[in-house]
Design a protein around this ligand. Structure first.
Ligand code: PNS
Length: 164
């Protein structure tokens, strides 16, 4: 059994994430999508909301399960008996950010990081840009699953109402 961990903050999950998760699921027997719940960045969605959106949007993918994690991703990989971490690479900036983390993780426990090149049509899609564009009234319907779009629209409306 080959098992991989696909970690991220997923605030919220995008079609770019789902592309990587789906392709990882074809390479490994099992993929554990690991939602980092202790990151310091302020989030639009709570850990529970992010987990729920991922569970719903990954439900059709065989061999994929979604879990939350705190602490080191290497400890989570060891707990899950996963030999690999899967990350998507959109551009050189991603590589610059990811390479030292991959090397640190390998130095800590020997876990390998496998990079998948993002599909061309998704290379500019990120959770942060999706949130920014949506907050300014832009159409992000082609970048996130429908249920995420609904929740994003609702959350941004709540935030806007709270400011008024
Ligand atoms: O969506 P992101 O911001 O790329 O996700 C980052 C995440 C959660 C994958 C990363 O911050 C992480 O691995 N956090 C766990 C803490 C950890 O192991 N830090 C050391 C990395 S070398």
């Amino acid at each position: 059994m080959t098992r991989a961990v696909c970690p991220g903050s997923f605030d919220p999950v995008t079609l770019g994430h789902l592309d990587i998760i789906g392709r990882a699921a074809r390479l490994f027997d099992e993929v554990v999508v690991a939602v980092g719940v202790n990151a310091s960045k302020s989030r639009l969605f709570s850990p529970e909301e992010r987990l729920e959106m991922l569970r719903e949007t990954c439900a059709h993918l065989p061999g994929v399960r979604v879990e939350g994690f705190t602490g080191l991703v290497t400890d989570f990989c060891a707990e899950q008996d996963a030999a690999a971490i899967v990350k998507g690479l959109r551009a050189a900036t991603d590589f610059d950010y990811e390479l030292p983390m991959a090397q640190m993780n390998a130095a800590l426990t020997g876990v390998e990081t496998v990079f998948l090149a993002t599909s061309t049509g998704r290379s500019f899609v990120s959770s942060s840009l999706v949130k920014e564009v949506a907050a300014l009234g832009g159409d992000v319907s082609t970048f996130v699953p429908g249920l995420v779009l609904d929740r994003l629209t609702a959350r941004l409306a709540e935030r806007a109402a709270a400011r008024d």
